[in-house]
Design a protein around this ligand. Structure first.
Ligand code: C2E
Ligand code: SIN
Ligand code: SIN
Ligand code: FE
Ligand code: FE
Length: 352
């Protein structure tokens, strides 16, 4: 048994015993050798015990060296192994064919052992450095992937905590935030937005009311309608939210900021805080607005009872082209069944 794991293994394939003998004699001091005298045996041996390099005769009965090489290159486990052809044929077209099927080099008979030794050593070295480089690249790519995932996770954690901070002040439970986030994603999907974008909506929408941390509880929790002075304060929450989320380089937080700032704008320009009209309102804000209103209407608030779904739907459909852009209302009607599934899934548990 050979304990020196660093000795490379060569597979020598030739149908002529004397050639095998010459090659074995010339190579056995430096390499572990496996031999085969026909193509099928060579392939079986390579699969059983993949060598580091293959010396392959071309002219063999039944399966010639080209065919052996082609099959090696088709096998994902074997295709990387360097193949050197050894042949009596020295015409150029044969060399071309050998290289075309994937051989790395060509040695012509009669065999010169020093040449064989030199070429084998060169190709093993080349192969090893290529493999080392590839491993290094894979390692680097894996590190980048891990780092990216870590960043993504910590970002989401931060966002979830921010959302929770807002929830603590807000009369609504986290369920409102979750429903509203899922509604936003579903509406976006109904509008055939890119899945990457709808995923961003899902994660950005929970922060829409983060600015309510700046609204006093006596207003947030007031059981009845707000007076003018209270409305002025309530209407500052989009600006406060946008300020909290401003100047962040991440795409997610930019969308979250847009949503926080514009989720109370209306398509006809009658919303707040900026009175933006039509396409001047970011689409993310428009989508979140419909999701927010649908959830507000179908939920109980300190100042209102929950409405029946039909009434909420009718209100939103009647606001088509006024509060909401047509195509978002159309998407809403299309995806309503999925939204109702979310409503069920994130329903407030009745108190005992
Ligand atoms: P919210 O309760 O989440 O409501 C979000 C939006 O849903 C509202 O934005 C409004 O567009 C729509 N909405 C909610 N309830 C009704 C309703 O009964 N009828 C109709 N047609 N639409 C409704 P809005 O009006 O800008 O209000 C923003 C936030 O101000 C509300 O968020 C809530 O936190 C607070 N708010 C609004 N009205 C009152 C109120 O009468 N009393 C108190 N205490 N807070 C209020
Ligand atoms: C909440 O965000 O928790 C409820 C109030 C709102 O959506 O405006
Ligand atoms: C989040 O909190 O980031 C996502 C919200 C959700 O999955 O509903
Ligand atoms: Fe709001
Ligand atoms: Fe809300």
């Amino acid at each position: 048994m050979n304990l020196d794991h660093k000795r490379p293994t060569l597979l020598v394939v030739d149908d002529t015993e004397t050639n095998i003998d010459i090659l074995v004699e010339g190579l056995e001091s430096a390499y572990d050798l496996a031999v085969a005298t026909d193509g099928r045996t060579a392939l079986a041996s390579a699969r059983e015990n993949p060598p580091d390099l293959i010396l392959l005769d071309i002219m063999m009965p039944e399966m010639d060296g080209y065919e052996v090489c082609r099959r090696l290159k088709k096998d994902p486990n074997l295709r990387e192994i360097p193949v050197i052809f050894i042949t009596a044929m020295s015409q150029e077209e044969n060399e071309a064919e050998g290289l075309a099927v994937g051989a790395v080099d060509y040695i012509t008979k009669p065999i010169s052992i020093p040449i064989v030794q030199a070429r084998v050593a060169t190709h093993l070295e080349l192969f090893n450095s290529r493999r080392a480089l590839k491993n290094q690249n894979e390692l680097l790519e894996q590190r980048v992937r891990e780092r990216t995932r870590e960043l993504r996770e910590s970002r989401l954690t931060t966002i979830t905590c921010l959302g929770r901070a807002a929830e603590r002040k807000d009369p609504e439970t986290g369920l409102h935030i979750q429903r509203m986030a899922h509604y936003s994603r579903i509406l976006g999907t109904g509008m055939e937005l890119d899945p990457r974008v709808t995923e961003l909506l899902l994660h950005a929408a929970p922060m829409h009311d983060i600015g309510k941390v700046g609204v006093p509880d006596r207003i947030l929790l007031k059981p009845g309608p707000l007076n003018d002075e209270e409305w002025v304060i309530m209407r500052t929450h989009p600006d406060i939210g946008a300020e909290i989320l401003s100047n962040q380089p991440s795409e997610l937080l930019r969308i979250a900021r847009d949503i926080a700032l514009t989720h109370h704008e209306k398509w006809d320009g009658s919303g707040y805080p900026q009175g933006l009209k039509g396409d001047a309102i970011p689409l993310s804000g428009q989508i979140a607005a419909l999701a927010d209103v649908f959830d507000a209407l179908t939920s109980a608030r300190p100042y209102k009872l929950a409405w029946e779904v039909d009434r909420a739907v009718a209100t939103i459909v009647a606001a088509k082209g006024i509060h909401f852009q047509d195509k978002i209302v159309e998407s809403f009607v299309d995806v309503l069944p999925e939204m109702l599934t979310i409503m069920e899934q994130f329903r407030e548990k009745p108190h005992k």
